[in-house]
Design a protein around this ligand. Sequence first.
Ligand code: ADP
Ligand code: MG
Length: 468
Amino acid sequence: AWQRVKRRLRAELGEDVFASWFARLELQEVSGGVARLTVPTRFLKSWIESHYLDRVLATFRSEADGIESLEVGVRGAMAPARPGAAAIAKPAPSPRPAASVSPVAELPEPERAARGAAPEGDLGGAPLDARLTFESFVVGRSNALAHAAAERVARHDGGPALYNPLYFHAGVGLGKTHLLHGIGHSVKNAGRRVIYLTADRFMYGFVNALKTQSALAFKEKLRAIDVLILDDVQFIQGRSIQAEFGHTLNALIDAGRQVVVAADRPPTELEALDERVRSRLAGGLVVEIGTLDEALRASILQSRLEAVRASHPAFEVGPAVAEYVAKAITANGRDLEGAVNRLLAHATLTGAPVTLDTAETAIRDLVKNREPKRVKIEDIQKLVASRYNVSRSDILSERRTAAVVKPRQIAMYLSKVLTLRSLPEIGRRFGGRDHTTVLHAVRKIEKAIGEDTALCDEVELLKRMLQD
Ligand code: ADP
Ligand code: MG
């Protein structure tokens, strides 16, 4: 069950958040309804306790019976220090704090290489992935505008920043991080100062700076750069951190420094952020990257295949197989990359050429796993209505009796969690409701799930039924 909990946290919170905070979270024991978890550092313990305890508990409860509460301990904290080892036992201040929470071994190959490289200074700025450049970015209809804006910003030097901030948003795997790294490389090669941070690194850097009483130095360093790139800002949370994020944003923009930001949703939907911060984020250029159409998928696939062939000359993938893969993998660039890795593994292990048959087997789970994720709001409404013995039109109606309100809120919550629809869009699909009504429902159910195990199970069951 613990492995399932971890897998779900990874899926729900995203790779970066998971790698930063949870990859080293381990289950020690479960007894008397208490699950004892351990982490390697006190900081990690307090961070998880203050930000994620409810979430971990709710997830754990839905995967295992009889869990009442969680305790987080620090691994090795109780180990008696050997005599004479006092100097070693005292935790030495790490020159690169992020390294202690981003275990390199658990990352997939390319990310491992990227993160293992030297960090940029001591800000916890993540190193740039050498593969994610403008040169390797394939331009198509859905990302042409984003790409053009990225190049302009990257090539710009002197004078006030062009679009500030430049804000990209798109679903998972559609190339946001790739473009951000592309900007990073290009700015760096031009000899200008750039820092790339994920929301988690930003939070970690800031909290760590507070802890070591160097918050001022941290801020000053951040503000002394030419271009600040922030990835996955939807994960910024916590009152003091989001306030700090707002200050940093204002300071940089007011000083004419370029800020580039990416998130999985438009600025108006960053619910965890203050209204003023949201409008500041919306005040520059906001560009959406659309889903990859088949032509773009095919080009990305070709370019990945060529890149791989540089190091594996014997690796051949014929046009029919390539076409099949580009048609079958519809979700995103990450899965396309996954598919290429599968094909390569298959070819290397068997020594046989990649046929349509082997390709189909190799990528079957990628095709299957992604398909059911595209849940329709209409299906959610139908399923929830039938589970709660109301009609779909009740759910869409104005009626406010408890018997209708609860399923309506659950359906709205599921629509937010299982589809890529925005809050206003969900509101429209629920009988023309306002997005604040949807937000209220989502928050309410989120909270209720954390407090009520039965409801949590119920919602989990609905999710599974919808995704099968
Ligand atoms: P996001 O940050 O939006 O989740 P990524 O930038 O991490 O997505 O992209 C996921 C994978 O897909 C990466 O390997 C990336 O290189 C690849 N990819 C996405 N879009 C493109 C593109 N237009 N050209 C080349 N590779 C792409
Ligand atoms: Mg990304």
